[in-house]
Design a protein around this ligand. Structure first.
Ligand code: SF4
Length: 326
């Protein structure tokens, strides 16, 4: 449809939203988008791969090396454990570049489920999760999301002073909240905010106005503290996730996700995945699948032939020293 650009009263320039705005006469599926300081015209690709913890690797016994593998062990050293199993790409999803990551996750899980490749735990960056996805992925697919969730964005939580929502005790049975001053809420109202079901909990002005903590608790003109809660499972999941991600163990475990950054770099360097050779979403997706297959074959070839996958770079000088010492 061709439509005249009309400036809007709100100061808009009359352009349609980025998700439907054509950006190329040659590829009507491509869209302009930006992530931090990167701008590109085209699509977005989401890569999922297997990953193993150091403990998983350490638990594997060292194999008897084949002649070929032994010959390729650097400087004649014998491996003391099995070489790391390669991370293999299990799913590639290509979407419009304007689609938020969180909206792509359901399709990724459906695709993995179709092929029997759903993981028990899915490590994701912070662009993917939402309260609904954390509970929904577990309920629908049995997949626990390991991902940093947005911290509490309330004024009190951001300022790290006063009472944030997690300082209140919620009793879902009796539908009441108790504040840090020990007062119980006066009303519990289910509402829909921006299409999302929530519960607004309000404390009584009779309790809040004389409260010595009022300045720390609320700046509302009504002088009453209100909480806006997700449904029970989501609130509990969010609180649990926020508490978990403050711990050292969680952060150590989450470091496992960083491996996929290497895969993205390898996909760009080896298969030039950042440049679409074809037009349209469907053909670009096919190109991404071919790239993933190529990377899997490269990794399997390296593994089967005894090339260490996690070898660190040894400088020329260090190599010379090692060969002189041998
Ligand atoms: S202001 Fe109201 S909700 Fe906040 S601590 Fe005091 S009584 Fe409780």
């Amino acid at each position: 449809m061709v439509k005249r650009r009309e400036k809007t009263d709100e100061g808009g320039d009359g352009l349609p939203p980025a998700s439907i705005r054509l950006t190329s006469p040659y590829d009507t599926d491509a869209r302009w988008t930006a992530k931090r300081d990167t701008f590109w015209n085209g699509f977005k690709v989401h890569i999922s791969e297997t990953c193993a913890t150091a403990a998983d690797d350490a638990a594997r016994p060292a194999p008897a090396p084949t002649a070929k593998a032994a010959a390729r062990t650097p400087h004649g050293r014998k491996p003391d454990r099995a070489p790391r199993r390669p991370n293999l790409i299990t799913n590639v999803a290509t979407t419009a570049s304007t689609l938020p990551d969180s909206k792509a996750l359901e399709g990724i899980h459906q695709s993995q489920q179709r092929r029997g490749l759903l993981p028990d735990e899915h490590y994701l960056d912070s662009g993917y999760p939402s309260a609904e996805l954390i509970t929904g992925s577990l309920a629908r697919y049995g997949v626990a999301l390991i991902t940093p969730v947005l911290l509490d964005t309330s004024r009190q939580a951001k300022a790290k002073e006063g009472f944030a929502a997690h300082d209140f005790t919620i009793d879902w049975q009796t539908q009441q909240a108790t504040c840090p001053a020990g007062k119980t809420s006066a009303t519990w109202n289910p509402v829909v905010q921006a299409g999302v079901p929530k519960t607004v909990v309000t404390f009584a002005a009779l309790d809040c106005i004389p409260c010595p903590y009022r300045q720390q608790c609320t700046s509302a003109k009504s002088n009453r503290r209100q909480l806006s809660l997700h449904p029970r499972e989501m609130t509990q999941a969010l609180r649990h996730a926020r508490a978990q991600q403050q711990t050292k163990d969680w952060n150590t475990d989450y470091a496992l996700r960083a491996g996929v950054e290497g895969t993205i770099r390898q996909a760009a360097a080896v298969t030039d995945m950042h440049h679409a050779r074809y037009r349209g979403l469907a053909k670009t997706h096919l190109e991404h699948v071919f790239s993933a297959v190529a990377l899997n074959l490269l990794r399997l070839d390296a593994w089967w032939n005894g090339h260490p996958l996690d070898r660190t770079r040894t400088s020329h000088l260090a190599r010379l020293e090692l060969s002189l010492a041998a």
